[in-house]
Design a protein around this ligand. Structure first.
Ligand SMILES: [Fe+2]
Ligand SMILES: [Fe+2]
Length: 192
């Protein structure tokens, strides 16, 4: 008989996380109870960020929603790096510790961490253009910015899919209640 932490992993698990209120998300108690749910919820928010970036790219050069650009800037500058910190400093090391050899997760986690760095760097390159758009300025090179936006959100959507399909199901199968408590504490500390 399998131990609870060795349950088979269903990598095709439906993505069923419900949207939760911001107030609830930022409650320390809730975060400590359900850190994996928060990470999954943040993937929903990131998927919306990708949709917003696609809309901005579609609306270039003259029909871009300035307020949407402002929201996107905040997400890229603050929320995305925080989420990456939760994964790299909190979630990934715990998975590494609990994974079994057949899980073959080491290379996947290393690749995802590398993508975090690449995506943050890429987001930094987009910020100047997005700032200009948020202030109603015309871009000198809208075709190039559109291309960069599309490259970013297409890659980021793939990243989210991998984490939802492989990383979170593995975490739910392998992490112990103590691991989840440790993860929750780490995520709370990242928000202080
Ligand atoms: Fe990630
Ligand atoms: Fe993620």
């Amino acid at each position: 008989m399998r131990a609870p932490n060795e349950a088979p992993i269903n990598v095709t698990r439906e993505y069923t996380s419900k949207m939760m209120s911001t107030e609830k998300i930022h409650s320390d108690g809730w975060l400590r109870r359900s850190p994996l749910d928060l990470i999954e919820h943040e993937h929903l928010i990131q998927a919306q960020l990708c949709d917003s970036l696609e809309r901005i790219a579609d609306d270039l050069p003259d029909n871009v929603d300035h307020r949407l650009c402002r929201k996107v800037i905040d997400s890229l500058q603050f929320e995305m790096p925080l989420h990456h910190r939760d994964e790299e400093l909190g979630l990934f090391p715990l998975i590494e510790k609990r994974a079994l050899p057949p899980d073959n997760i080491h290379d996947i986690l290393a690749r995802l961490a590398l993508e975090h760095a690449t995506d943050e760097s890429f987001a930094g390159e987009l910020l100047e253009s997005l700032e200009g758009l948020s202030e109603g300025r015309r871009l000198k090179n809208p075709d190039m910015v559109g291309y960069m936006l599309r490259s970013f959100f297409e890659s980021y959507r793939r990243h989210i899919l991998w984490e939802n399909a492989i990383v979170l199901p593995l975490a739910r199968a392998r992490l112990t209640p103590e691991d989840l408590e440790e993860l929750g504490h780490a995520m709370v500390s990242h928000r202080r």
